[in-house]
Design a protein. Structure first.
Length: 196
């Protein structure tokens, strides 16, 4: 059993109201540094009674399961993707957006120059997209759906992931897990650039 992990606390001397002679810029700079300094602290969860759906590829139903999960979204979909070239997944996200679901995506910087990237499609569909260039590779393959479902695994959102590659996809239904992934998505959003 692992010991519980805790988040680093801001020292009390930095959280107080600044006094005379204080540097008013120090607190915002510290907040920015903490927000961009690195990953969120690790967390341990016990997912008791949380349904988990497991898919393997090639041709193991991962893409169909993912597009079905997107089709069931009612309020929000947060996307983090390294490679995004799948027309069915992009189309499912557009359909969700068109029916009023708040869809937002953070993509790896390689998607700016990828020949068949879904970036252009999503932007033209009116879906807000950001580029995470703060890392050598933003290698996430994640969706958080309605704040209660997490999609993750090695499965890139690509045709090759469905048809050729050895991949895995997990769809986990857990609000606690979705909250962690949402916080991680927000941390990456803080250092990502919007695509116009």
């Amino acid at each position: 059993m692992h010991p519980p992990r805790t988040s680093p606390a801001i020292p009390p001397s930095l959280s107080r109201t600044p006094g005379p002679g204080a540097r008013p810029w120090a607190a915002p700079v510290l907040a920015l540094l903490l927000a961009t300094a690195g990953p969120l602290p690790a967390a341990d969860l016990v997912l008791k009674d949380a349904p988990v759906h497991v898919y393997f590829s090639p041709r193991g139903g991962a893409q169909a399961a993912l597009t079905a999960a997107i089709a069931q979204a009612r309020t929000s979909i947060l996307v983090q993707a390294y490679s995004f070239t799948s027309a069915p997944i992009a189309g499912a996200l557009k359909a969700a957006h068109d029916r009023g679901v708040d869809v937002r995506a953070i993509l790896d910087k390689s998607q700016r120059t990828e020949r068949y990237s879904g970036l252009t499609y999503l932007v033209h569909a009116g879906i807000p997209v950001w580029i995470d260039a703060a890392h050598p590779i933003a290698h996430d393959k994640v969706m958080v759906i309605d704040g209660r479902t997490v999609v993750t695994g090695s499965f890139n959102f690509t045709r090759a992931a469905e048809e050729k590659n050895g991949e895995n996809l997990l769809i986990l239904e857990s609000q606690a897990l979705a909250q962690l992934y949402t916080r991680n998505w927000q941390a990456h959003l803080a250092h990502s650039d919007p695509v116009d």
